[in-house]
Design a protein around this ligand. Sequence first.
Ligand code: AP5
Length: 221
Amino acid sequence: MIVILLGPPGVGKGTQGARLAEELEWRHLSTGDLLRDHRKRGTALGDRARSFMDRGDLVPDELILDMVRDELRELDGGVIFDGFPRTLPQARGLDRVLDGLGRELDRVLVLEADDEVLVKRLSGRRRCPGCGRTYNVHFDPPADQGRCDECGDELVHRADDDPDTVRTRLEVYRDQTEPLIAFYSSASVPVVTVDGDQPMDEVQEEIQEAVTGDDAGDGEG
Ligand code: AP5
């Protein structure tokens, strides 16, 4: 089964996508995480993506599509896309890639929350650079302030989570990514909206219901 997790910055795509992937043993493919990994490794792609990411703009479609094509050379089992596609050209590009692999998209899940919730979440988000686990100083703090519960590394605040850049990212989402909801609805892909402003376990429960419902298939596509 192939599912897209769509929604504004801070709504919980990464948190919920990782939990779903672990639960169902699916692949969690986050373009944001892939790009941050390229930056960390100092690849040419990472260097080109840096300035777009730091100001809250989207990285150009052709770079993203090349990166995703590379990741999807082989595609078995269930996949949850997090943060991709984000534009109409990316959505059409994904369709072509899936066609070539003989797979098709099963669901689009749209996570929603008000802007003030998103801004507060992003101001409190902290991430472990070692294992990638995400925390929130307001809602999900580590036991030892500033350090990862799993590996003890010092937690970091993402540079693009400063309030001005968050505002830009929200505008970019409304302008360029939200139109994908109408695109997929008109393509007859089931689009399910989930209230992202609930406790994390409840959001996860609704997501799992949406993907493992009666006609949801067995995860093998
Ligand atoms: P990306 O990393 O994808 O960022 P994003 O979409 O802006 O989403 P976030 O990671 O900020 O939020 P999230 O929804 O995953 O929330 P999270 O679970 O962390 O992209 C970053 C940049 O890369 C983009 O701006 C762009 O430049 C580039 N990029 C990436 N993909 C691209 C593409 N396809 N095309 C072009 N450019 C691309 O949760 C947020 C916080 O809230 C956490 O602290 C969490 O603990 C907390 N939280 C989550 N759920 C709850 C809850 N229910 N209750 C309370 N707290 C919660």
